[in-house]
Design a protein around this ligand. Structure first.
Ligand SMILES: CC(C)(COP(=O)(O)OP(=O)(O)OC[C@H]1O[C@@H](n2cnc3c(N)ncnc32)[C@H](O)[C@@H]1OP(=O)(O)O)[C@@H](O)C(=O)NCCC(=O)NCCS
Length: 164
């Protein structure tokens, strides 16, 4: 039911086909998993199709080794009228061990899309505990920062930033 599924967790094995030139997990594969988990979370919350509008603050904190188990945790942290702000964290561990280590973290924005291809309203997300409130505040601050970055980007695209 829309407005009830607050989080989604996906698990994969880091396969040899996803190796990068340094012998570790290819960053593009990690980004694909992040997008998949965010998509599953956004469509679960909205009950409709959704597209990725923005990925911000992505940090690759440590590498993932081939053969490790990878867990991607996506959770709704804030909603607008048609947008869903989703925090995604990636963890990995050896299959024979128990301790997960965080490898990557980011915030994504998905927008719900109706059958006519237009943004459509989503159920409002209300934080229910201290951690959810902190995450919602964080997402709000990150949104303000991303608007400032977008202004700078638009100035650059319009050629308004002279060389120093
Ligand atoms: C995302 C998209 C639907 C927004 O369309 P739009 O015409 O800008 O729609 P609106 O202005 O009505 O904005 C809709 C919502 O998107 C949000 N949004 C749009 N661009 C955004 C951005 N860069 N960052 C964060 N939120 C954004 C708006 O804040 C708004 O949220 P709200 O309704 O909660 O206030 C459109 O830009 C799009 O289709 N982008 C391509 C998506 C895609 O193909 N993704 C996968 C490729 S990697």
């Amino acid at each position: 039911m829309p407005g009830t599924q607050r989080d989604v967790t996906l698990r994969f094995l880091a396969e040899p086909t996803d190796v990068n030139f340094g012998g570790k997990m290819f960053g593009g594969a990690v980004m694909k998993w992040i997008d998949l988990a965010g998509y599953a979370c956004a469509t679960g919350w909205s009950g409709s199709y959704a597209v990725t509008a923005y990925v911000g603050g992505i940090q690759f904190e440590r590498p993932i080794s081939i053969g490790q188990l990878v867990e991607v945790r996506a959770r709704i942290v804030m909603t607008g009228r048609t947008s869903m702000h989703i925090a995604v964290e990636v963890f990995s561990r050896e299959t024979r061990e128990e301790t997960w280590g965080r490898t990557t973290q980011c915030l994504m924005v998905f927008v719900a899309i109706d059958d006519a291809g237009k943004p459509s309203p989503v159920p409002s997300f209300q934080p229910e505990n201290e951690q959810e409130k902190r995450l919602a505040d964080y997402a709000g601050r990150m949104k303000e920062l991303s608007l400032a970055l977008e202004e700078e980007r638009n100035r650059w695209l319009k050629g308004e930033i002279p060389a120093s």
